[in-house]
Design a protein around this ligand. Sequence first.
Ligand code: ADP
Ligand code: MG
Length: 420
Amino acid sequence: MMLEMARPLLVNIAMLFSVLFIWNMVMPFTRASSIDLKEKFIYGVISSLMALLCMLFPLEKFGDTVFDLRVVPLILVTLYGGKLPGFLCTLTITTGRLWMGGENAWVGVVIAIVGFVIAIGFGPYFRKSIRKWKGILFTGGIFVFSYIAIIVVFLDPLQPYFYPIYFAAFMIAYFIIFYLTERLVMINIQLQETVYLEKLSVAGKMAAAIAHEIRNPLTTVKGLLQFISSETEDVKVKNYAPLMLEEIERTNKIITDYLMLIKPTKNDYDQVNLNKVVKDTTALTEVLASYYDVKIQYDEKGEFQIWGNSQQLKQSFINLIKNAIESIEGEGLILVTLQNGTKKGTVDIVIRDNGAGMSEEQLEKIGLPFYTTKSKGTGLGTMITNRLIQNVGGRVHYTSTQGIGTTVTVTLPITKKEGE
Ligand code: ADP
Ligand code: MG
């Protein structure tokens, strides 16, 4: 009896795997947030295909009742792809099951709909959470529970050996499929990050070379200007020379700062009072904000010390707040919050604006060197910020909705009480 079920089970799992891998090869899996409508449609079609294949090779048939793994692709696609592909898959399963007919076809329909609804219910939690297995576990658990309940209530009792074997097989297939999908997603994301970092480092090196090249002629100009201005009798030259020298000095400073970014020295790191740094930053940017009719509200929930360079930290927060200000048209509000991080031992600086927001594509490009949507932008701000924050062991995370606004979360590690 066991063997009779093992064979179709293996066939089912093998089919699901091969479709999964080919699917990932053609359309590398990512998180649901970056799937567009067309892709969602394709997701729906492929998962429907997977479900139909499962239905072709049922694990077990008791008269009118058919048991197979069709709900696995349904839950999978609803969790990863969202409502639309899930709905398409449900529709296919329902139609397929009704077409196969039999007295108990409606039970299959009910089970598919229940699976769909549960997956939709857990969808937001699943997509938000960092540890995906929890969402997967809850969804699977509650689904199997409902499944058993439906069978027990509506069907004539089946042979008792059937329940543990079928549901164990179901859960095993379910977890293996999810494990593989999650692995594939992780691999794809890592690949994307590697490509991104590669681009970043090439652009960074080029910029460093250019900056270095500019500094040499600048030094010559500065020296000559000093020489001329000290020798000359010309009033105009005497008057304007200091200003010119100042400007050259400023240019030099910008380049030095930029070079420091690319080759950061950790020597000037110190214990930093983050509350003071963030407060200073908001005070500094308030002037610019009021010019744009934007209010900045600062809220601190606790005292935080971190290891870093206060100047560099200020620079990175200024970049973020400036972007927030610039994203707002008309009146606006920027909320800056300093609070305990979601992970233990970290602190979050959350900068929320109600500006224009960003589309998925824009979100993907943000932080790339020279990516800007502003006529006077440089496209270097967020790149520098990311670099500076990474240097102190932190992370910058963006969430954004077009027309609603953007939330930037900077997570930094808190310094341990004693020493390093
Ligand atoms: P720049 O500000 O010079 O354009 P950045 O690297 O600071 O360069 O930002 C890159 C782009 O990211 C901006 O041009 C803008 O389109 C987008 N951006 C950054 N922050 C926000 C935000 N808070 N809201 C909306 N768009 C943003
Ligand atoms: Mg900027």
